[in-house]
Each structure stands twice: as C-alpha cells, then as structure tokens.
Design a protein around this ligand. Sequence first.
Ligand SMILES: Nc1ncnc2c1ncn2[C@@H]1O[C@H](COP(=O)(O)OP(=O)(O)O)[C@@H](O)[C@H]1O
Ligand SMILES: [Mg+2]
Length: 295
Amino acid sequence: MPELRQLDGLLLTEPRAIGSYRVVRPIANGGVGTVFLVEGRSGARFAMKALHEHLRTTRLAAALGAEGRLTLGLALENVVCAVDVLDRANVDSGDGRQGVIDNVDGAPAIVMPFVEGQTLDVLAAADRSAQWRVLLDALHGLAACHAVEIVHRDICPSNLLIDATGAGHLIDFGLAWSPKGYVTDPEGGTQGTFAYLAPEQVRAEPPTPQVDVFSCGVIAWEVAAGRRLHAYGNTARTLLDVTGRDAPSLADDCPPALADVIARALARDPAKRIGSARTFACELREALTSCGALI
Ligand SMILES: Nc1ncnc2c1ncn2[C@@H]1O[C@H](COP(=O)(O)OP(=O)(O)O)[C@@H](O)[C@H]1O
Ligand SMILES: [Mg+2]
C-alpha cells in the first residue's frame, strides 16, 4: 500500500517516484498541487510542484506547464526558477499501480531548486530585521523579473522563502504575466491573495510591474506595523478596502522617513506609486539604514 501522510489536514497518497525523480516527502500542499522534496538520478535534491491527482485536467496542466516554462533556464538572483518541466511522467504509486501522466499541452510537474527554510508568513513572529532583509531580497528578485518582462502578480508572504542564511527567494509564478500572456487565464475569476493585491489588479486592468511594487508595499506596511493590514482575509470586504481606502498611516509605528517610503509604495494610483521595484528597494534600504532597523 502507498504510504499515507497527513499534511495541512489532508491525507495524501505519496507517490514513490514521479518521472526519474524519487519522492522523498511532501513539503507543502497548495491549491492545485503538492510540492514534494525529490531526488534526481545524481542524488541532488529538488523541490517538485506536481498537480493533485484528481486535478490533472487539461486546463490546470496547461497552466502548470506555462508556469514552469516561464522561468525554465533563467538564472535570476533571489528567484527560484524552474530547472526541469516534466511533459510526461511515469508515476509509481508504490502499490503496484503505475500511471502515466501525459499531457501534450501542459505539464504534470515542475522541478526547481529546493530552498530549505520557511516562508515569510511563518517567520512573521521572528525579528523584524530578518523580515526586512527578506523583503529587500524579494524586491531585488522582482527587479530581475521585471527586467525580463515577467510580472509576478502574486507577491504575498507564503510566496517568499527564507533560506538558512536568511536570504529571501521568490517562488510561485502560477499567476504571472509576461508578453507571452498569462500563466493562468485571468477570466477564471479574481486570483491571488486578496490582501496583497494592488487596486488595479482587483479592477482587472492590464498588468504592469507596479502591481508587484504595491504588494511589497503591503508586506512592508505589515512588517513596520507588526500586524496585518487587512483583517478580513480573502473576502469581498478586503477587496473593497484594497480598492477604496488608503492604508492607515504608520506615523505611530515607525520613523517618518520609513513611513513615507511605504506610503508611496502603497499609492492606490499606480502613476503616483514608487516607480519600480529597484527604486523601492533603494529607498527602503536607505530609510531602514538611517533608522538602524537593519542589523
Ligand atoms: N523551491 C521550493 N523549496 C522549498 N519549498 C517550496 C518551494 N516551492 C514551494 N515551496 C513550498 O510549497 C508551498 C506552495 O508552493 P507554491 O509554488 O507557492 O504553490 P501554490 O501555487 O499552491 O501557492 C510554498 O508556500 C512553500 O512552502
Ligand atoms: Mg503560493
């Protein structure tokens, strides 16, 4: 019998192998797939994002294929890029069942470097200077993405990984946009983690790098304040606040120079927002250094 493992309350059947990769263990369970720790033929370890068995539909496989191919072969600092995209994979379920996942238009799995560490949402209670460092690294990674015309569109704490050295890495290009188009069809409804969306994203305006600047602004606000900006989770109320209200002033939470940079990253009008991820990173670093917040 295949091994059953509990992860985030879900009982998972754990495959023994996917393609030529041996499955070591599941790492996390996402909306459409499971991320596994796997081992390649050479013994090197990777993370593999594979579709849930019951969700292996053409549309989702196409989206996973597009997600993998968007970063395949790229080397962008502070960004986890795909190193392999499986178009066809034999799955050894470990109970004598052998299945072939085959989808000409899509991919059943993406292979990427394994970042051993935590996501920023888990680190939220840790020291603030560690969180600032992760955010600065994320902005650095975003600047690299924007330079090759990739807009991430889903920057949120669960998509920022922190490795053992404290460096931050961007993951999850499942909602990204590039001149080739959207990874996932945006007509499928409003996507992303509502509390971190830019107002123009909620209004389904064409994506620009400015949406990622705004999402990083939300994270910066939360690190400075030590609390969530939107208390209502993934609800319509959150979307109303995102589009209709400015973020509350941080005047009582942090030095004025820092509050000013964050407020400009959170300008609801993209034309008035800090102009790029790179500029935001520079201004944020300067403000944090001047108030001694970076150790
Ligand atoms: N390269 C990786 N190394 C380590 N953990 C990862 C990696 N990629 C993803 N994860 C873990 O899996 C989770 C889900 O991956 P993600 O790509 O964000 O999928 P989803 O589209 O379901 O949000 C992440 O929040 C993280 O905890
Ligand atoms: Mg994610």
